[in-house]
Structure formats: C-alpha cells, structure tokens
Design a binder for this molecule. Structure first.
Ligand code: UGA
Length: 447
C-alpha cells in the first residue's frame, strides 16, 4: 500500500479549515497554515475563528490525535506537504473581477519553498486560467525548481454544512494535466466513495463558477415568479413544489425571499460575468440575475412600509442577521442593507441573531435610542410594532407565539424567508406578511 501523502492547506478560512479537518478525518496527516498568525495560533489552541457546526469538535479531535497541526510558519507547512491545497480568499474588486493577489502570494510562497515534487491544488474559487497562472508564477519565482504540478479541485462546501459537504460531496471535480496529479487526487478522495469527474483544469475552474452562477439564477428566477404571484394572486410555495417535482428542474434553491447573500454567490456571479466579458461573451442573463437579487431589498422594505404605514419611530424586531442559518457570517447578507434602509426611514431596531450579532455589531454598533441587540427572539419582540424575519433560523419556527403576541405592541410579522408556521401565527391573531404568498390577516382586518 502506498504511504498516505502529507496534505498541506494554505488559508484556514471557511473553505480551508473544514477541508483540512475533513482530510484529517479521512486519515491523512494534515498541516494547516495562514498568513494571519493569530488565527493559526487560536486554531492550534482549539478555537475555530468562525462558527460552523461540528467544526470545533473535529478540531479538538484531530489536534489531539495529531492528524492535524496548525503551523504559523507558512514555509514550514509548504515544505512538509506533498499535496498543497490553496484555499486563500478571492474577493471581488470594484469592477466585479476576482482579486487574485492572495492566490499569487500563495504561489510565490510555494515557489520559495519548493524542495521536491509537490502537487499544488487550487481549491479557492477562481476564474478560468488561474491554475495556468499559478503554474507560471511558481515557475517564475521558483529559482529553476520545476518539479511540481498544478491541479484544480474546486470546493462545493456550503457554510453551515461544510463538514457534512466535505464528507458527503455530490461530486468531486478534479482538473489536472497529468496522470500522476489525477491519481494522487483520486487516491485522496477515494475513501469517500463519491462520483468523481476528471476534466482539464480550465473546465474544472469553470464548473465551479458556472455552478454558483446557476444557483443564483435559480434563486432570482423563483423570486421573479414570486413577484408575479404577488401581483396576480398565486402562491410561490406551491409553484416551487410544482416545479421541483420535475427532476429536470429539481426541488432545491427554489425558495423565494429576500435574496441570496454570503461571500460566494454574489461575488462568483460578478466574477463569472467579468470572465465572460473578458472573453468577448455577453452574459447579460447573469447581469439580470444580480439586478433581480438587488431589488429584493427594496421590495422587502416596501412590504414593511405597507404593513406599518409610517416607519419613523416604529420599534421593529429584526430576527436573523446572518446571510443564512447555522453560520455567523454576515458578508453580503441582505440584513446589512435592510437594516440600513430601516434606519434611514427612522425606525428603531431591536436585533437578534443566535450567532451573528457580534459580527453585525462591528458594522452597526449599538445605539441606545435606535438600535439595540437583544439576547433572544422574544426579547427583541418586546414592545415591537412588528417582527421582521431576515434569516430562517429553526428556533424562530419553534417560538411560543402567544408569548410573542403578549409582548408586542402590534401583532404584525413580515417574513422575508417564508419560514414560519402560518397556522400558529393565525391562531394567535397575527397579521402575517410573506413573500410571493397572500398575507394572512386576522378576521375583520383588510390588507
Ligand atoms: C454556496 C454554494 O451553495 C456552495 O455549493 C459553494 O461551495 C459555496 O457557495 C462556495 O462557493 O464556497 P453558501 O454561500 O454557503 O454556498 O450558501 P448557499 O447555501 O448557496 O446560500 C446562498 C444564499 O442563497 C443564502 O443567502 C441563502 O439564504 C440564499 N438562498 C438559498 C435563497 O434565497 N433561496 C434558496 O432557495 C436557496
């Protein structure tokens, strides 16, 4: 049996850390490193830098077992690895293109520490031809050391389920030029027993961008259908169910609401449009997807206004700040723009999120007169004229509506994620406004 190759992970963020621990779970010996030394030190002490279900337990287990080690010296991590995954950030620039400075930085670090054959694997989401540029950069800065290859193995991890996604992927995509690179990667993923797709590097890179852009497209599509439902009188939930039963369409990513956020879909959509335009392809379809998503915020704020009339000095409970449940990530979260708009309208906000409040507080510090952070959903509802739901955390569905009703000034809920139990709200006499579905009004109240 061939000895297990040593795995290195460069960049310990939302992709790198679950990937490193995922490989450790598969029995590999893994070293992880990051340019942020304090982050590496915290990870080495068992403290993950962000919230992700299951991550802390896995970290504890593999630090203890020795399968995973966090190394502050990047050069040492490179030298110790046979296969090195580049998992650094690829944020977007003003013009929508991907900022690849961190990827180039990683390539140069690899070049400076190349002491024997290594397989360098681009895992960060990056535009087509990035692997080629990584290869060129290592050649240029590698002082004649040419014993390496670059492959692409895009990640498909969702925040909130990243560990599960690593261990149970729908597919593993491997873009490589040589049989050696392909077989090294195949060996690594074989224990998962999942379908593997072997392609060239450009195609592997494009599969990732095209996947995220398609997911964004599905969401914007159902959101437009939802607008039509509101105008014509139909129910988007039923329509999504009817669409989803067709296996050619699929039931996932058809939930209408206040739109997609997060660090991936918005930036990858922009980057993919940019790549297309650089290659002379006009991807106006995807521009429209982005525009539809932007317009969700306006529509939601208008819905709140329609429910309450004047927003000035209204107390509004905001439930959910993260861009989706089970994460504390607020990057590009719809909540950022909704909160800003409501503040501009003069509303007083009572915010609650089970995980993301500390992050949100950095952007919107507490102001005793107009924006306060609450310790529970119920506390946020205290004295409120309406509850606004921006993230579908499961606890919101479980809440005791009788208690909520008793603590509020008016029984109004505007649900931007269509995630609550309409029957429970109706029993307690709430006005319940949803997206793409008729509002539920207590007897005698007209919309
Ligand atoms: C996304 C992809 O789903 C992953 O496959 C990919 O690996 C990852 O980006 C990445 O590129 O790293 P993630 O950003 O964690 O994962 O979040 P998603 O689950 O895709 O949700 C994105 C946004 O779409 C959220 O704001 C969510 O609330 C929204 N959404 C999702 C909807 O509005 N409707 C839906 O039906 C589904």
């Amino acid at each position: 049996m061939t000895p297990k190759r040593r795995v290195g992970v460069l960049g310990l963020g939302h992709v790198g850390l679950p990937t490193a621990l995922g490989f450790a779970e598969l029995g590999c010996t893994v070293v992880g490193t990051d340019s942020d030394r304090s982050k590496v030190e915290a990870i080495g002490a068992g403290v993950p830098p962000f919230y992700e279900p299951g991550l802390e337990e896995l970290l504890e287990r593999h630090l203890a077992s020795g399968q995973f080690q966090a190394l502050p010296e990047i050069s040492e991590a490179v030298r110790r690895s046979d296969i090195l995954f580049i998992c650094v950030g690829t944020p977007h620039r003003e013009d929508g293109s991907a900022d690849l400075a961190q990827v180039e930085g990683a390539a140069r670090t690899v070049a400076a520490n190349l002491d024997r054959y290594k397989l360098i694997v681009e895992k960060s989401t990056a535009p087509v031809m990035t692997a080629l540029w990584v290869e060129r950069a290592i050649q240029r800065y590698g002082r004649g050391q040419r014993d390496f290859e670059v492959a692409c193995n895009p990640e498909f991890l969702r925040e909130g389920t990243a560990i599960h996604d690593f261990l149970h992927p729908d597919r593993v995509v491997i873009g490589a030029n040589s049989e050696r690179a392909r077989s090294w990667l195949r060996e690594l993923y074989e224990p998962l027993g999942r379908p593997m797709l072997i392609t060239d590097r450009n195609s592997a890179e494009m599969i990732k961008h095209a996947s995220n852009a398609f997911l964004a497209l599905k969401i914007s599509y159902i959101n437009m259908v939802s607008d039509l439902c509101e105008a014509a009188g139909a129910n988007v939930h039923d329509i999504a169910a009817g669409l989803g039963l067709d296996p050619r369409i699929g039931a996932h990513f058809l939930e209408a609401g206040i739109g997609y956020g997060g660090f991936c879909l918005p930036k990858d959509l922009k980057a993919f449009i940019h790549v297309a335009e650089e290659h002379g392809v006009n991807f106006a379809l995807l521009r429209e997807v982005g525009r539809i998503n932007e317009s969700r915020i306006d529509r939601f704020v208008r819905k709140v206004q329609q429910a309450l009339w004047v927003l000035q000095d209204k107390e509004l409970a905001v439930w959910g700040l993260s861009f989706k449940p089970h994460t504390d990530d607020i990057r590009d979260a719809p909540s950022l723009r909704v909160v800003q708009r409501l503040r501009q309208a003069g509303a007083c906000l009572r915010l609650y999120d089970p995980a993301a409040a500390p992050e949100f507080r950095r952007v919107f510090p507490e102001d005793p007169h107009s924006l306060v952070y609450c310790s529970s959903a119920l506390a946020a509802a205290q004295g409120a004229h309406a509850v606004l739901v921006l993230t579908e955390w499961p606890e919101f569905r479980e809440i005791d509506w009788k208690q909520v009703r008793e603590s509020m000034v008016l029984p109004i809920v505007v649900d931007g994620r269509n995630c609550l139990d309409a029957a429970a709200l109706s029993t307690e006499g709430f006005e319940y406004h949803r997206v793409g579905e008729a509002s539920l009004m207590p007897a005698g109240v007209k919309v």
